[in-house]
Design a protein around this ligand. Structure first.
Ligand code: MGD
Ligand code: MGD
Ligand code: MO
Length: 772
């Protein structure tokens, strides 16, 4: 029998030599396996960055909670025995909850952690914190901050939409024109939370192109799309998609190409929007001529595309990146609106997609059921934050914030607990986060690796990786349920998050509540048994646990004849009364009375154009400013595996590559491979120049995930030596509606770096000493 493992970038076979694990290999069913996982073994054995023993920051150990918070990230750690570390963490949790209440513990733990349904660090942490009285939580995600809040008002929750996207076989057969905003990046579709298998997007796109679908990619980056054939690239000004979509809507409306009958039967509020298109609100018709200087795209081309869309079976897609920006709600609302005007929603191959290419699951035909899920218990604390308001919360306790039409208050946080995420990767404006991070009295982090966040904790507890423990791999609408067997011993003294929380729960009189007296294998059996009925409901018969464990994996894809193509919103189209949407009207809301009723300054009741605070106004940055796209990295998942040979192999002289147009480079005297400095008022970093005419002029692309590695620059300011874009991005909300992450609205300057190059030291451990 073969052994398998599951990771966010795929399901892999585990191969052994002489009884020891030697390498991972793609499963044969995967026609486009991701190379990221092949590097996973080495990355997990990398002694340079694994946390070996519980470690406590020098000042905290000596002087207790709150000692020299400004030294977080700057001073070394003392390695202590497990029992001492656990006693310390338990005593500190107890002190804080008694002195300040559980609402002073932030336990959001946002992050992708690793695959496996039981040892999912965030779920483990939430279950534990609930068992000891609760914690301040977070809502939504960095992925989909604006969309998650907006879309339930307009059409349906994002989860529902994502799980029912029109499938690739239907697209191939029916879609004549595929218009995509932000491409369908294959690099991103390597990933799905829990284990994509097999990878369906590269093949899906190629087969569509072979069948004759015409593609138009509207994106600042050309290589967001690869179809194996030619396609049209519209190098749009970043953050101007709303203007382009309004102009497409205006052309359809002005030329009578919109589907009145569809709008009447399936939508509400078109008249209000039409008045805005005509310019009745602000005196400005949203014509193609109006949009041309905003988007950098000629009016005639915009009009021609609108006519072509109306004349063919057309799928409109938007990458999630579009809504990770200021006013990120607007392009999403408009993609639905323009698709509604075309009247093809619910027809095969027509309508809209919200993230084909953002993750692998989109367009799958694998049946959906709730996989094995660890219950998190009940949280007695009601306070929460929208996830991307982390620094605001720490800096402004007691201050009000708006979220989805309601006003709340930021809690007063004394203790931050993080397991399974890396805020010094994921948050915007890291220099501001460095300041906010000085506010709590204590910061506890569980981590397998010496990440930039672990280095900024007071107590670091070393966690195992997936390869070092038994678990069950499952991912929504992916094909395999995987017995993830432990394939190597834990690194150093690292322990499973479950084992760590069990010990803490024992010290805090919550052991039974947390563990239900089960060990890991008992939990795996229980979680497996719990999901058997829902699998059966979806037509999947799961064998008993022992058979599953022995077999190594279960194929969840029914025979082809039982897996008919999926068409998004097909039943709604067939019968909008019986299959009414969950919006207030049960219809698609082109005007939302509910959102209008919120009275939010930057999100009205219908989609409209709002100018971002940072963008290339008029298509060009004033005075040398460039628009920064900080997209998802090709060679890793966020910051995960940045230490791997594969990710490091893409770097140039240890620095992260930044892509820019050859003419923007020439204007600055920059050649291929030169080390450059990117900066703005918020921060600065180094990166290595890669020249490409596939990047729009005025745009630079620096992917996320290079481990944050600040040094003091010659002028005394902080300089990230490695190339982390989040020292540059703005920590502002997408809007007052959603408070989502707006990383893609960011201007920077760039120059050749001529000073002595600081080293990249983040792949070496911090200063460590052991207690005598
Ligand atoms: N500028 C900019 N910033 C962005 C984005 C962007 O587009 N632009 N994208 C945003 C998005 S969409 C996201 S989702 C976030 C991602 O942000 P994160 O999810 O925070 O990033 P990861 O690097 O995946 O962090 C996961 C951490 O969990 C650790 N880990 C793995 N397994 C375990 C385990 O078993 N136990 C414990 N305790 N820890 C474990 C890993 O070592 C790693 O440090 O970044 C966001 N940030
Ligand atoms: N390899 C890899 N894959 C990943 C991840 C990873 O870390 N590594 N992360 C996963 C996660 S957590 C998420 S949430 C998804 C995110 O998936 P997305 O949000 O879709 O990914 P991004 O790479 O941020 O953005 C996609 C593209 O949008 C384009 N774009 C940015 N701004 C604009 C704009 O204003 N207008 C237009 N038209 N285009 C724009 C950029 O060119 C970018 O390449 O990716 C997932 N996939
Ligand atoms: Mo994400």
């Amino acid at each position: 029998m073969k052994t398998y493992t599951s990771a966010h970038w795929g399901v892999y076979e585990v191969h052994y030599q002489k009884g020891e694990v030697s390498h991972l290999a793609p499963i044969p069913e995967d026609e486009s396996p991701s190379p990221i996982g092949l590097s996973m073994l080495d990355a997990c054995r990398d002694a340079g960055v694994r946390v070996a023993r519980p470690s406590v920051r020098e000042s905290w150990l000596r002087h207790g909670p709150g000692a020299h918070p400004e030294r977080r990230g700057r001073e070394g750690f003392v390695e202590v025995p497990w029992d001492e570390a656990l006693d310390m963490v338990a005593a500190e949790l107890d002190r804080v909850r008694k002195a300040h209440g559980n609402a002073s513990i932030f336990g959001g733990c946002y992050g992708w952690s690793s695959a496996g349904r039981f040892h999912h660090a965030q779920s483990q942490a939430h279950r534990f914190l609930n068992a000891i009285g609760g914690y301040v939580s977070h809502r939504d995600s960095y992925s989909l901050g604006a969309a998650r809040v907006l879309m339930p008002h307009v059409v349906a929750p994002m989860e529902t939409l994502m799980a029912s996207h029109t499938s690739w076989d239907v697209l191939r057969e029916h879609t004549e024109l595929f218009v995509t905003f932000g491409g369908v990046p294959e690099k991103n579709a390597q990933i799905s939370a829990g284990g994509p298998s097999p990878h369906r997007i590269p093949g899906g796109l190629r087969r569509m192109a072979q069948a004759g679908t015409r593609f138009v990619n509207i994106s600042p980056l050309r290589d967001d799309l690869a179809t194996g054939a030619g396609f049209e690239w519209w190098a749009i000004v970043p953050n101007s998609d709303t203007a382009l979509l309004l102009a497409l809507a205006h052309t359809l409306y002005a030329e009578g190409l919109h589907d009145e009958a569809f709008l009447q039967r399936y939508c509400v509020g078109f008249e209000v929007f039409a008045a805005y298109l005509r310019g009745e609100e602000d005196g400005q018709p949203k014509s193609a001529e109006w949009a041309a200087p905003l988007t950098g795209i000629e009016a005639a081309r915009i009009r021609a595309l609108a006519r072509e869309m109306a004349g063919s079976r057309c799928m409109i897609n938007a990458a999630w990146g579009l809504q990770r920006a200021e006013h990120g709600e607007q392009p999403y609302w408009l993609v639905v609106t323009v698709a509604a005007m075309l009247g093809q929603i619910g027809l095969p191959g027509g309508g809209f997609g919200v993230g084909y290419g953002s993750v692998n699951m989109m367009g799958s035909t694998v049946p959906k059921f709730s996989g094995p899920t660890l219950s998190q218990g009940r949280n007695a604390v009601r306070d929460f934050i929208p996830v991307a308001r982390l620094s605001d919360m720490l800096l402004s306790p007691g201050q009000p914030f708006q979220y989805n039409g309601v006003t709340y208050q930021y809690p007063d946080i004394r203790l931050v607990y993080w397991a399974g995420g890396n805020p010094f990767h994921h948050h915007q404006d890291l220099n501001r986060l460095e300041l906010a991070w000085q506010r709590p009295e204590t910061i506890v982090v569980h981590e397998p690796f010496w990440t930039s966040t672990a280095r900024r904790a007071d107590i670091v507890l070393p966690a195992t990786t997936t390869l070092e423990r038994d678990d069950i791999g499952y991912s929504n609408r992916e094909r395999f349920l995987v017995a993830m067997k432990r394939v190597m011993p834990p690194y150093g003294e690292s322990r499973d998050d479950y084992a760590i929380f069990t010990e803490l729960a024992r010290r805090l009189d919550a052991e039974e509540l947390f563990t239900e007296s089960r060990d890991t294998m008992q939990w795996l059996r229980a979680l497996y048994a719990d999901c058997q009925p829902s699998a059966a409901g979806a037509g999947v018969t799961l064998p008993d646990f022992d058979r599953f464990w022995e077999q190594g994996r279960i194929d969840l894809l029914p025979e082809p004849e039982r897996a008919p193509g999926v068409i998004l919103l097909e039943s709604f189209r067939q019968d909008p009364e019986a299959h009414a949407l969950t919006t207030p009207s049960g219809r698609i809301e082109i005007h939302s009375e509910r959102i209008a009723g919120f009275g939010i300054a930057d999100c009205a009741g219908h989609p409209r154009w709002y100018e971002p605070s940072e963008w290339l106004r008029g298509g060009q940055g004033e005075d040398g400013l460039l628009h920064l796209i900080s997209d998802q990295p090709q060679t890793r998942l966020h910051s995960q595996l940045d230490n791997s040979a594969y990710s490091r192999g893409m770097k140039i002289g240890l620095r992260e590559p930044v892509r820019l147009h050859p003419e923007d480079a020439a204007e600055r005297g920059i050649a291929e491979g030169d080390i450059v400095r990117l900066w703005n008022a918020r921060g600065a970093c180094l990166a290595a120049a890669v020249l490409s005419d596939g990047v729009r002029r005025g745009v630079v692309a620096l992917s996320t995930g290079a481990w944050f590695d600040p040094v003091v620059a010659p002028d005394g300011s902080s300089l990230d030596s490695h190339g982390n874009p989040n020292v540059l991005t703005q920590d502002v909300p997408s809007s007052g509606l959603s408070q989502g992450c707006a990383a893609h609205s960011c201007l920077v300057r760039l120059e050749r770096y001529t000073q002595a190059l600081p080293p990249v030291t983040v792949f070496e451990p911090p200063a460590l000493r052991s207690v005598a």
